[in-house]
Design a protein around this ligand. Structure first.
Ligand code: NAD
Ligand code: MG
Length: 379
């Protein structure tokens, strides 16, 4: 393939699977980035021979520079290093697999350098959808969703005439604690929360799945990607994660995308669109699965989905605030400093108490709302 990508967050769950897809199809990799760990990124750099690698942590970047001194690969450090990778001259597409709002500035950097995006980093759209959309319009770039639900909707929409879409139906596995009562959730541990039934993912998104915040973030993500309001986005519990999402058309026909739960399908489609290539993913055998089940989400026990919907309806900076509060609360939970049920409490309180909303806002306002919300929770 002539495709050339820069992979931001190459050492994470999505990053590693992106490199699997690149390896299989001979996609050129021009840049790789990581947060702190350097062993894996060194190995990846030796295999894919990118022009550059960047590590956020400056000390780790210095170590990596020494480790790669026998190669001609340039090594950068810090946030500026990550941005350098986002605008890497050789890449036509930037895969953003960074976790959290840390992905927003690299996304904007990539767009202003004229790159197309394969976007896994949903927090970018939740917190900064407005500025990302404006930048994409200005620079004429495209965005291909990697999140499995959004990829499914994007796939279902192929060939769908303009104006025919009635609603999108996001499926949700329900996460690690589906079916539990609030009482049962009071003392769950980090380890319990990290046991996802179907997907092996990074720690933050696995906790987000357990609280249903992930589905809330995905509702907001869908609203930016497909230009649909809250009322036209349904959420359906589907424990098996075989149907990755659906669309309902004006005539009430429903189109779904199915497959075994493996992120390499949506990653590959984002990189090869509109082509369909061979994939390492197992064939789906529905006779083996036999039964697919569906249900309504329990919004009383798992409040985050409802809070995100409210933030979406309120608009402006509310989604940024909900996302920031969640990132801070999940970090505290993963550190063992708060209980599981305090996550929705922090997110809910942040949205309820936010009073500085603006209809017309810019990147500075987003970064300020994010920083102030985090600071209130973390200090
Ligand atoms: P992960 O924690 O496994 O990996 C995150 C990557 O980002 C790592 O390479 C890490 O080094 C890097 N990183 C972390 N903090 C950073 C920072 N501040 N600056 C720069 N780099 C940083 O996470 P993941 O599960 O791969 O998820 C990545 C993104 O994709 C998230 O937004 C997540 O919601 C989304 N996503 C993941 C999956 C999945 O199956 N894992 C599915 C759908 C969407
Ligand atoms: Mg998803």
């Amino acid at each position: 393939m002539t495709k050339n990508i820069s992979v931001l967050g190459s050492t994470g769950s999505i990053g590693v699977q992106t490199l699997d897809v690149a390896r299989m199809h001979g996609i050129r990799v021009s840049a790789l980035t990581a947060n702190t760990s350097i062993d894996l990124i060194e190995q990846q750099a030796r295999e894919f021979r990118p022009q550059m690698v960047a590590v956020l942590d400056e000390d780790s970047a210095k170590k990596l520079k020494i480790a790669l001194s026998d190669t001609d690969i340039a090594v950068y450090g810090g946030e500026e290093g990550i941005r350098e990778a986002a605008r890497c001259a050789q890449a036509d597409t930037v895969v953003n697999a960074i976790v959290g709002i840390a992905g927003l500035m690299p996304t904007l950097e990539a767009v202003s350098a004229g790159k197309n995006l394969a976007l896994a980093n949903k927090e970018t759209l939740v917190a900064g959808g407005k500025v990302v959309r404006e930048a994409m319009k200005k620079h004429g770039t495209k965005l291909y969703p990697v999140d499995s639900e959004h990829s499914a909707i994007f796939q279902c929409l192929q060939g769908c005439p303009e104006g025919a879409l009635k609603k999108v139906i996001l499926t949700a596995s329900g996460g690690s604690f589906y079916g539990k009562t609030r009482d049962q959730l009071r003392n769950v541990t980090v380890e319990d929360a990290l046991k996802h039934p179907n997907w092996s993912m990074g720690r933050k998104i696995t906790v987000d799945s357990a609280t249903m915040m992930n589905k809330g973030l995905e509702v907001i993500e869908a609203s930016w990607l497909f230009e649909v309001p809250d009322e036209q986005i349904d959420v359906l519990i589907h424990r098996e994660s075989i149907i990755h999402s659906m669309i309902q058309l004006k005539d009430n026909s429903v189109i779904a995308q199915l497959g075994v739960p493996d992120m390499r399908i949506p990653i590959q489609y984002a990189l090869t669109y509109p082509q369909r290539l061979e994939s390492p993913v197992k064939e789906l055998d529905l006779s083996e699965i036999a039964t697919l089940t569906f249900g309504r989400p329990d919004n009383e026990t798992f409040e985050c989905l409802g809070i995100c919907r409210k933030a979406l309806r309120l608009g402006g900076l509310y989604p940024t605030v909900a996302n920031a509060a969640n990132e801070a609360a999940v970090a505290l939970f993963l550190d063992g400093r708060i209980g599981f049920l305090q996550i929705p409490e922090y997110v809910g309180n942040a949205v309820e108490s936010f009073s500085d909303n603006k209809e017309d806002f810019d990147l500075e306002d987003i970064l300020t709302a994010d920083r102030e919300t985090r600071a209130r929770i973390l200090t």
